[in-house]
Design a protein around this ligand. Structure first.
Ligand SMILES: *Cc1c(COP(=O)(O)O)cnc(C)c1O
Length: 234
């Protein structure tokens, strides 16, 4: 199967999941997670309609960026854990950072974006399963509150919503309660109408569980393997 055929098949499944949950499929962004794949493969995905790309390593994407810069209206999202010492390069090469997991990182990114005279879209990553090995802020952590409070001062960041990776389970249905938790948290934060905090994006769902994530309210699914094939690393 070609990348274009894979994208068409994922889009069909997105449409069915959206329909099952009474939503429109055009409300749901299909992010192509292109980590480990080279620029020509990314261009195939672009040609098949992908406009939002996800990458999880600053250095890898820095090396690929020049070869895809010409793709009009494409967005480049950092979705992996970002160390603060790489914030400057990240702010340079990415359109958005969907994995904000500390106030310190947000402050560094804001300072870097200010120097570059640009605005970065960001999502706050939540560790819904409370797993020690995963990054992301705990569901009701003080640091999440600190970040929400600091947002108006971080003028070069545009807080647009939440992202999560639930604990891995063989049966994707077991991820459902975690997706539900993130949606509830999003609704709670949105209801507070905090300054400089928008909550329109709910980024959840990957190759093995994106349909369930959509049923639970996701409007951005991050799909790698089902589009590009197996990878040699995460
Ligand atoms: C790699 C990755 C994905 C895509 O995973 P697949 O299972 O290949 O679809 C999604 N989100 C994040 C944060 C990732 O690192």
């Amino acid at each position: 199967m070609s990348v274009a055929q894979n994208i068409a098949s994922v889009q069909k499944r997105i449409a069915s999941a959206a329909q099952r949950s009474g939503r429109r499929s055009d409300e749901i962004t299909l992010m192509g997670v292109s980590k480990t794949f080279p620029p020509p493969t990314m261009r195939e995905a672009y040609a098949a309609g992908i406009r939002v790309f996800g990458e999880n390593r600053v250095q890898e994407f820095s090396q690929k960026a020049n070869a895809v810069r010409d793709l009009d209206e494409a967005e480049w999202h950092m979705i992996g854990h970002l160390q603060s010492n790489k914030a400057t390069t990240a702010a340079e090469v990415f359109t958005a950072v969907d994995s904000i997991d500390s106030l310190k990182l947000a402050e560094k990114l804001n300072a870097s974006a200010e120097e570059l005279g640009k605005k970065l879209d960001v999502l706050i990553e939540i560790n819904v399963g409370g797993e020690a090995a995963k990054s992301g802020l705990a569901l009701d952590s003080g640091e999440l509150e600190d970040l929400l409070t600091a947002a108006p001062k971080l003028e070069h960041l545009e807080f647009r919503g939440l992202m999560t990776i639930p604990p891995f389970t063989q049966d994707a249905q077991e991820a459902r309660p975690y997706f539900c938790k993130l949606r509830v948290l999003r609704d709670q934060i949105a209801a507070r109408r905090l300054p400089a905090i928008r909550m329109e994006v709910l980024s959840m769902g990957m190759s093995h569980d994106f349909e369930i994530a959509i049923e639970e309210g996701s409007n951005c699914v991050r799909v790698g393997t089902a589009i590009f094939g197996q990878r040699t690393r995460d």
